[in-house]
Write a protein of this length. Structure first.
Length: 167
């Protein structure tokens, strides 16, 4: 039986894991491999994913008699760590793994700039995940003080995207 996850299933799974005391999670499907490791002491999370094309190319190398690294652990990804923030600011973090976009399309004005006032429900950025564009909305009113991610940059679950002074 093939295991298939859609975007909502993946988000639900990540949310459940992040609210549990599970420190390591491994899941492999027909065309994907997902490994989540986290350290509850420091609250850092590392998410690793290996696309199916990488798995197939490594299996092909193995069939050709060459040694591959598939049987060993995949290399660890170091999450981008935002510089420490001020205690009066709130972090807006990425709810998923994806690509960060500040505007709805190339050449369009960004949803928010430093100094922009934001309101509950206002779109502040887009995260592209699995070919889906997900509008990320503000959960509170405030003023954007820092934007920590460049447009078009890959982001990880829990990575700080912006800092906001809540009003």
């Amino acid at each position: 039986m093939a295991l298939k996850l859609d975007h909502d299933d993946l988000n639900h799974l990540i949310e459940k894991i992040s609210t549990s005391d599970i420190q390591e999670f491994y899941l492999e499907g027909e065309d994907f491999k997902l490994e989540i490791k986290r350290n509850l002491v420091s609250n850092q999370q590392i998410i690793q994913s290996q696309p199916a094309s990488d798995v197939r190319s490594q299996e092909d190398e193995n069939k050709s008699g060459e040694k591959n690294n598939f049987s060993s652990s995949p290399p660890e990804l170091t999450p981008s760590v935002a510089p420490p923030g001020r205690s009066d600011l709130l972090d807006i973090t990425s709810p998923m793994v994806g690509t960060f976009y500040r505007a709805s399309a190339p050449g369009e004005d960004p949803f928010v700039e430093i100094g922009s006032s934001i309101a509950v429900g206002q779109t502040i950025c887009i995260l592209e995940a699995m070919k889906l564009m997900n509008e990320i909305e503000s959960e509170f009113n405030g003023v954007v003080v820092e934007v920590l991610v460049d447009n078009g940059t890959p982001v990880e679950f829990g990575q700080v995207l912006m800092r906001v002074k809540k009003s």
